[in-house]
Design a protein around this ligand. Structure first.
Ligand SMILES: [Fe+2]
Ligand SMILES: [Fe+2]
Length: 263
């Protein structure tokens, strides 16, 4: 089966290119399920009902999150009501929402159920519970439901993402990094069948500094004074990875980087 994973969608430019490109991508690659990280979909920080529904309307089946999931206050109600919206599983017990789910293929497609697990790193980030321990335990539970398991590992440090992928090699179909917004060129299949990429990249404004306006970000670096960041304008890019997975065993057969741009 073919699963498309779309890197962090940033603001309106990200949502716009998703709407432009995703229908064709789905068709060309006969995609059975689409997962997208939506933590930056509302004005660059957070996710709202409006942006969540817009992303689903583009053809996305499951929306994952990260450290920016919490920015918009309405996300708490959204996480409680929408099974297709995930947040990292290693937040403390009692945090609103769910860190994983088991999903049927998209409407009109067939194939086994797909488990999606969202985790967040701790290096240079919030001191959450261990993504390794929580990840291992969650995978144990999800493997009872389906062999096809895709992890969004939302983390800053390349080492932490690679470590998680090697830790779970052979137990999950893919460990896909998000959060750093720059697509890495290290996609591969590990020896026991887990597909891995350090970062899937960003779906948002191309001529930006990881999605934000260049002027404001530069000012922050030049002056070290607090500045307000806004989503950059101009042409957009879509970054994603396409996975081919054996539905019987859950092993990855291929992982391919995708990058598209639009005016
Ligand atoms: Fe992000
Ligand atoms: Fe993030």
């Amino acid at each position: 089966m073919n699963i498309l994973f779309v890197g962090d969608i940033v603001g309106k430019p990200g949502r716009r290119i998703l709407a432009q490109v995703l229908p064709d991508l789905r068709r060309e690659s006969s995609v059975d399920l689409v997962i997208a990280n939506g933590e930056n979909s509302a004005g660059g920080f957070g996710i709202t009902r409006e942006t969540f529904e817009e992303i689903l309307a583009c053809g996305v089946d499951v929306v994952t999150g990260g450290n920016h999931t919490w920015q918009a206050r309405e996300v708490v109600g959204l996480l409680d009501s929408e099974l297709q919206l995930l947040r990292p599983a290693n937040y403390p017990p009692g945090t609103p929402g769910r860190g994983s789910g088991v999903f049927r293929p998209s409407k009109g497609r067939s194939g086994p159920a797909v488990a999606v697990l969202n985790l967040q790193g701790r290096v240079f980030m919030e001191p959450l519970d261990s993504p390794f321990r929580i990840g291992w335990d969650q995978v144990e539970v999800l493997r009872r439901e389906t062999p096809v398991i895709v992890i969004d590992m939302h983390a800053e440090a390349t080492s932490e993402k690679a470590a998680l992928a090697w830790y779970l090699d052979g137990r999950v179909s893919a460990v896909l990094g998000t959060h750093t917004h720059v697509q890495t060129a290290d996609e591969r299949i590990l020896p026991s069948g887990t597909a891995f990429i350090t970062d899937a990249g960003m779906t948002g404004p191309r001529d930006s500094i990881i999605g934000m306006g260049r002027e404001e970000v530069l000012q922050r670096f030049l002056t070290l004074l607090p500045t307000r960041f806004d989503v950059a304008k101009g042409p957009a890019q879509l970054n994603a990875v396409l996975l081919a997975i054996d539905g019987e065993t859950g092993r990855a057969r291929a992982i391919e980087r995708i990058s598209r741009s639009a005016a």
